[in-house]
Each structure stands twice: as structure tokens, then as C-alpha cells.
Ligand binder design. Structure first.
Ligand code: TXA
Ligand code: MG
Length: 319
């Protein structure tokens, strides 16, 4: 593909970013979870360009970002559960998979031809401003080359996608640090653990949700394949190692959270995986070629999402 000049926009250049999205260009932007690679979700060519820029092998359905529940209701049908979840958790790190509404106008590439759509109203102020000014629904997967670590800073985005996208707007580091929790309704069920803890969802719906508590078997369908992967191999649930990513009292070169705070650990996860990868690269390639050992992370709250992402990072690589 042709090389683009990727503009780095400041946080006060939202109007320009919004115009670029409207015009069908690819603009990466911050949300509270991770940076998204945005395109006008009604423009099929713009959405196709997302897949090309990321090098995504297949057309997975994408999450559509809107500034409000009112805008979301133009695209999808909300039942009582969906409205209750939206009222409780939007704006925030929750995506809802709902039936498409007649006249939605979305490109069928966004939904990969399904009759449902994943929608989210992000809380990050710059994202909200951008979506409001763009005036179109914005499809956005994480702004990284397919299979690699999700970006939580603008610098992470340019490291992976410079020359392949039109712009990135810099809103500083993401505060949540893992992707949104994805929930389908009728009945309510968890499709992907994420930045909204499952316990909060369960409290809102008033019953337990089906989810797999075993971190070695990720719960989202068809996604046992390698994902979120650094270059170095990743080994989970370790108490020591030459190259150690710690948690709590299990320390290492870096520690996701010395105080064992899962929120802090989620916010640090992807940036620290990148830093560990850089350390692994600098290591002597003699002994066991820079494996990243990761401390055990408890399976509660954001620990579900952290373990899910880590188990994908540790999964066998296809290449
Ligand atoms: O935090 C996030 O969710 C980030 C930021 C940028 O918003 N976005 C993100 O998008 O993680 P993406 O494209 O990486 O995740 C999309 C996932 C798909 O892998 C799929 O599992 C699920 O959302 N999905 C989307 N549409 C769906 C549908 N109609 N039915 C079931 N799952 C769907
Ligand atoms: Mg992703």
C-alpha cells in the first residue's frame, strides 16, 4: 500500500480530526480503554482502510463509537436490559452487542454482515468531543497492527501504524488500559472481559453472568489464537524469572502494581508489555532467548480482563 504522512494532532486540534473522519480518513484517537483506529462507520471504503492499515487477515466485526445513548438508538434496538446497562455504565468501558435497527446506514463491513452491532459510548473527554464534532458513528478497533500489543499512548500508535494512517490525535495515556467489556443481551451474557469489571455488571443485572474463570481458555469465541503479542515469548503464572513482570509482592524488573491494585495493573499492562519486550530484545540471546515471565494475577475484578489479554499474549504464535 502507498505510504501516507501520518499527522500528529494535538488535543486542541479536535476539529481537524473530526473533519478528517467525516471525509473518510483514518484517525487514531484516545479512549479511556485503549487508542482506537477510527473511520466513518457509514463509509465502506474508510472501514475497509482500517483492515488494510492493521493488516487484519479477516473481516472481524468492529465496535461502533457514538457520543450518546440517543445516537446509539439510531443504530440498534435496545431492549430493557440493554437500556438499563447503558443507563448504568455509559459513558464508560462497556460495549453492547445489539440487533441492528432498520435504516442504520452502517457499512456492512463494520458488522461483518451480522445482523447485530457492537456499540460503545466512551467516557474519555477528547473522544466524546471528537465523536460529537464528527457527527457520524465511528468504527474503531484498537490502533495497532493486527496481533500486536494494543496502544495506550499516541506514541504506541505511531510506533505501529505510522505511514499507514492519516492522523493520530494525542490525548495522553489511557486511564483504564484494557479494551471495553463486551456484553450481548437477550439473554445478557459476557462476550469479552474488559475494563468494566464483571462484578459491576452482575450487580446491575442482578444475577451471575456466564464466564469462564480459567485464564488459559479465553471466553470470546474463536480467539484462542495469538493476540496482544510482544516479540518475546510470554510465560504466565511465574514466581521468578530472568525477565520478570511482577504483580504485588512478586517483584520483577517492572511491577504491574506493587500494591496489588488491579486497576493500576490494567492501566500499566500494555505499556509494560512493550517495555518488557524492549528489555528482552536487549538481552543476550544465549540463554532461553528473552522470555517474559509474568507473575500470577488474581481472577477477580479487572483481573479477568488482564488474564484474558495475557493468555492471548502467551498463546502459540501462528507465524
Ligand atoms: O475498548 C475497546 O473496545 C476498543 C476501543 C478502541 O474502543 N475497541 C476494540 O475494538 O477493542 P476491537 O475491534 O478490537 O474489538 C471488536 C470485538 C470483536 O473482536 C468481536 O469479538 C466483538 O468486538 N464484536 C463486534 N461486533 C460484534 C457482533 N456483532 N457480535 C459479536 N461480537 C462482536
Ligand atoms: Mg485489538
Amino acid at each position: 500500500m502507498t505510504t501516507l504522512t501520518t499527522q500528529l494532532l494535538r488535543s486542541d486540534e479536535v476539529a481537524q480530526a473530526a473533519q478528517m473522519l467525516q471525509a473518510g480518513q483514518l484517525v487514531a484517537f484516545p479512549t479511556e480503554t485503549v487508542y482506537g483506529l477510527g473511520a466513518n462507520a457509514k463509509n465502506g471504503e474508510a472501514v475497509a482502510a482500517i483492515y488494510a492499515a492493521k493488516g487484519r487477515p479477516s473481516f472481524n466485526p468492529l465496535i461502533v463509537h457514538v457520543p450518546s445513548l440517543a445516537q446509539a438508538e439510531k443504530l440498534a434496538v435496545f431492549d430493557d436490559d440493554a437500556r438499563a446497562l447503558a443507563d448504568a455504565f455509559w459513558p464508560g468501558p462497556l460495549s453492547l452487542v445489539l440487533p441492528l435497527k432498520d435504516g442504520h446506514g452502517l457499512s456492512s463491513l463494520v458488522t461483518a454482515g451480522l445482523d447485530t452491532v457492537a456499540i460503545r459510548v466512551p467516557a474519555q473527554p477528547l473522544a466524546r468531543e471528537l465523536l460529537a464534532q464528527a457527527g457520524c458513528p465511528v468504527a474503531a478497533p484498537s490502533a495497532n497492527p493486527s496481533g500486536q500489543i494494543s496502544p495506550t499512548t499516541a506514541a504506541h500508535v505511531t510506533a505501529g501504524l505510522s505511514g499507514r494512517i492519516d492522523a493520530v490525535i494525542d490525548g495522553g495515556p489511557c486511564t483504564v488500559g484494557v479494551e471495553s467489556t463486551i456484553v450481548a443481551t437477550n439473554p445478557v451474557r459476557l462476550l469479552r472481559p474488559g475494563g468494566l469489571p464483571v462484578e459491576a455488571l452482575e450487580a446491575a443485572v442482578g444475577h451471575a453472568l456466564d464466564h469462564d474463570l480459567n485464564p488459559s481458555t479465553p471466553s470470546a469465541p474463536g480467539q484462542l489464537t495469538s493476540h496482544y503479542a510482544p516479540n518475546a515469548a510470554v510465560v504466565l503464572n511465574q514466581l521468578k524469572g530472568a525477565l520478570m513482570l511482577g504483580f504485588g509482592s512478586v517483584d520483577g524488573q517492572l511491577n504491574l502494581s506493587a500494591s496489588a491494585d488491579l486497576r493500576e495493573a490494567a492501566a500499566n499492562l500494555f505499556a509494560m508489555l512493550r517495555q518488557m519486550d524492549a528489555l528482552a530484545k536487549g538481552q543476550d540471546k544465549g540463554e532461553g532467548e528473552g522470555q517474559i515471565h509474568v507473575a500470577p494475577i488474581p481472577m477477580a475484578g479487572l483481573g479477568l480482563a488482564i488474564n484474558d489479554r495475557l493468555s492471548r499474549a502467551a498463546a502459540p504464535r501462528s507465524n
